[in-house]
Ligand binder design. Structure first.
Ligand code: AP5
Length: 222
């Protein structure tokens, strides 16, 4: 088994399936899942200073200022559980400046995964998305409805999941994505995210498996 913990970045447009895949990856590999969207939503709902700053941007489908998000991520990444178990960064970095901040701290992943999904499907996924506030699980009214009436009755819709806001989030994503790529071009793995959740997960698993094997092979030859 590989000694150094895995470090994974996952990127993709709104509703490309990052959160869904991250839950499965974190469970299988024991990585700490750091989702900037989830961290920010938690700050907003507890009414913290960060939450107050972030709310308006999020509600309008705009990016929260780099410094606010970067401070939050860097402080989370320095905690002992992350050092021990490895990390899975979901939704960060999202701008050139965020990627540069990580570089300046010498924080680099083993792999940069991008989930690719056509725009019309992304919009349908966002508008149909529902969250379980108790377990944090992500559902979709058509694609992945919950099995029990109890769960169905407590599902909530994200305030930024309306048609107009999704379009604006998608634009923002496209404007920034190209600028991040050069930093991670040697680690880039683009995956077709327009398939069944389990099929996508299998492909991610095989990529992560290769990293684990390569690292142990390097160790043996040293
Ligand atoms: P964030 O929460 O990161 O939103 P996002 O990037 O828009 O991504 P989503 O959470 O919408 O989608 P996802 O890819 O996780 O998809 P999911 O798995 O849920 O950020 C929200 C806001 O916070 C931003 O707009 C910004 O304001 C701020 N923010 C966050 N990070 C920031 C940063 N770094 N800098 C500045 N600001 C930042 O799936 C979506 C739906 O599709 C679900 O219903 C799911 O069931 C369904 N689904 C998933 N996979 C499949 C599949 N394979 N087939 C069919 N349906 C599927």
């Amino acid at each position: 088994r590989r000694k150094a913990p895995l470090k994974v970045m996952i990127s993709g447009a709104p509703a490309s399936g990052k959160g869904t895949q991250c839950r499965m990856i974190a469970e299988k590999y024991g990585l700490v899942h750091i989702s900037t969207g989830d961290l920010l939503r938690a700050e907003v709902s507890s009414g913290t200073e960060i939450g107050k700053k972030a709310k308006e941007y999020m509600d309008n489908g705009k990016l929260v200022p780099d410094q606010v998000v970067t401070d939050m991520v860097v402080s989370r990444l320095s905690q002992p559980d992350v050092q021990e178990r490895g990390w899975l960064l979901d939704g960060y970095p999202r701008t050139f400046s965020q990627a540069q901040s990580l570089e300046s701290f010498k924080i680099r992943p083993d792999i940069f995964i991008v989930l690719e999904v056509p725009d019309d499907i992304l919009i349908d996924r966002c508008v149909g998305r529902r969250l379980d506030p108790v377990t944090g699980k992500i559902y979709h009214v058509k694609n992945y409805p919950p099995q029990s009436e109890e769960v169905s009755s407590r599902l909530i819709t994200r305030s930024d999941d309306t048609f107009e806001k999704v379009k604006s989030r998608l634009e923002t994503y496209k404007q920034n994505f190209e600028a991040i790529l050069p930093t991670y071009s040697d680690l880039l793995n683009q995956i077709n995210g327009n398939r069944q959740v389990e099929v996508i997960f299998k492909e991610i698993e095989s990529l992560l498996q290769k990293i684990c094997e390569n690292t142990s092979a390097n160790k043996l030859t040293k």
